[in-house]
Write a protein that binds this ligand. Structure first.
Ligand SMILES: Cc1ncc(COP(=O)(O)O)c(C=O)c1O
Length: 447
């Protein structure tokens, strides 16, 4: 059967009539059901899922213990609004998160609905605490689609273009990009990259007006760029020295994505505030800001909240997720093995296919940067779209990332079985062979 099948095609026609174009879909198929690392479409085709709902299904689709926790909560209450009447799961999940996140100081937690809302609130809290306005973010960063978070985002198309004016008092620094920066091979590249903040203080905004630096420990939408190990520690030192808060956006890197619960743990950097979402609640909409108690307490009473923030059903799902990580160290141990398997194959792909310019990542957060040739390093969106298209037509769901949508990233459940992982990587191997052949044919044909 061809993919997309007739039912997906029919639904897509209905979709096109009533849903705006601006909402994109990485695949042309409509889902029917999902379980573990597999999804089935409405035409009965099955796929190995290397997208995991954009890093939301780290524990797989519909884990039994999450479904049970949701069902139990459904029998009690769905919503009171925490701003009207509070409930225990809100407090209980906060108690777990303050213990699980980096930093031994007193912490507090605010729950909201989406990743963007978490970053928005982290900025509000940082400004309230420091009584400063400026925020520094990075090129290649992605923090959401609201006015403030698109302004923080360092990728113009499609996230900022046409939506201006942007929010004021946001400054950007280049994110270290070892593969693309001519300086990328310097042994002190991480430190040099962080020191650009000092230059920003001299040229654009004095340090004593900067409330916070917002950074992804590894870029997500930006293409899974892994900064040198000394980058974040140096950023931590500079921010601490100037009374600037460090906000780690762990929305995509959290909950085992890199083989540790949080990516910050790889470098030992302790941020003042952390934003989390995605795999926190296994598919229920929930996000959080976690941080130093005195910082979190800075906003005035009534300044934080929202009708739905910390929905009880989402909290029940998240409690089941955090308890799973607490009680079963095998989850992270398996994630590390998944990462090793991927990186081993990715090293082979890099040798085998000239269109694979870079293979990188940390644990199961891995990526292949596709180029026209390893010599030219010209980003190849064409190759990446051929890979993704071949993959979905052969039973594998893949996501792209990167400035030119030319990076293939892996966001499969970290609990994926070894066989399924190998089968998915085999399809990716064939997809790269296909893209190599066709992108060369395409290049020769003069585009
Ligand atoms: C690092 C990071 N921050 C923020 C967001 C925004 O999250 P949401 O789409 O839930 O608003 C994302 C989403 O991909 C993300 O990866």
């Amino acid at each position: 059967m061809s993919i997309p099948g007739p039912r997906s095609n029919a639904l897509m026609s209905r979709r096109n009539a009533v849903i705006p174009k601006g909402l994109s879909h990485a695949t042309p198929i409509f889902v029917d059901r999902a379980e573990g690392s597999t999804v089935w479409d409405v035409d009965g085709n099955s796929y190995i899922d290397f997208a995991g709902g954009i890093g939301v299904q780290n524990l797989g689709h519909r884990p039994g213990f999450v479904i049970d926790a949701i069902q139990q909560q459904l029998n009690k209450y769905l919503h009171t609004s925490v701003n009207v009447m509070a409930y225990e799961p809100y407090v209980e999940l906060a108690e777990h998160l303050v213990a699980l996140t980096p930093g031994t100081f007193d912490k507090k937690v605010l729950f909201i609905n989406s990743g963007a809302e978490a970053v928005e609130n982290a900025v509000k809290i940082a400004r309230a605490y420091t009584k400063r306005q400026a925020i520094v973010a990075f090129t290649y960063g992605f923090h959401g689609r609201t006015l403030l978070t698109m302004t923080l985002t360092g990728k113009a198309k499609p996230y900022r273009a046409g939506f201006g004016p942007m929010a004021p008092e946001i400054y950007h620094l280049p994110y270290p990009y070892p593969y693309r920066d001519p300086e990328g091979n310097r042994p002190d590249y991480g430190r040099v990259s962080a020191d650009r903040l000092l230059e920003l203080f001299r040229t654009e905004i004095p340090a004593d007006q900067v409330a916070a630096v917002v950074v992804e420990p590894i870029t997500g939408e930006g293409g899974f760029i892994v900064p040198p190990p000394d980058f974040l520690p140096r950023l931590r030192d500079i921010t601490a020295e100037h009374g600037i808060l460090l906000i780690a956006d762990e929305i995509q890197t959290g909950f085992g994505r890199t083989g540790k619960l949080f990516a910050s743990e790889h470098t030992g950097v302790v941020p003042d505030l952390m934003t989390i979402a995605k795999s926190l609640a296994a598919g229920m909409p929930l996000s959080a800001v976690i941080g130093r108690a005195e910082v979190m307490d800075a906003p005035q009473v009534g300044g934080l909240g929202g009708t739905y923030g910390g929905n009880p059903v989402a909290l029940a799902a998240a409690l089941a997720v955090v308890k799973a990580f607490e009680q079963d160290p095998e989850i992270l141990a398996h994630a590390v093995e998944v990462g090793e398997t991927i990186h081993e194959r990715f090293r082979i792909f890099r040798q085998k296919y000239d269109i694979v310019g870079d293979a990188r990542g940390l644990g199961p957060m891995a990526a292949l940067e596709l180029v026209e040739s390893s010599e030219s390093r010209t980003p190849s969106m064409k190759a990446a779209s051929l890979v993704a298209q071949y993959a979905v037509e052969h039973g594998l769901i893949l996501m792209r990332a990167g400035m030119e949508s030319h990076v293939i990233r892996t966001l499969m459940p970290i609990v994926i079985g070894t066989d399924e992982l190998q089968r998915g990587l085999d399809i990716l191997d064939q997809a790269l062979a296909y893209a190599t052949e066709f992108s060369h044919a395409y290049t020769k044909a003069g585009r």
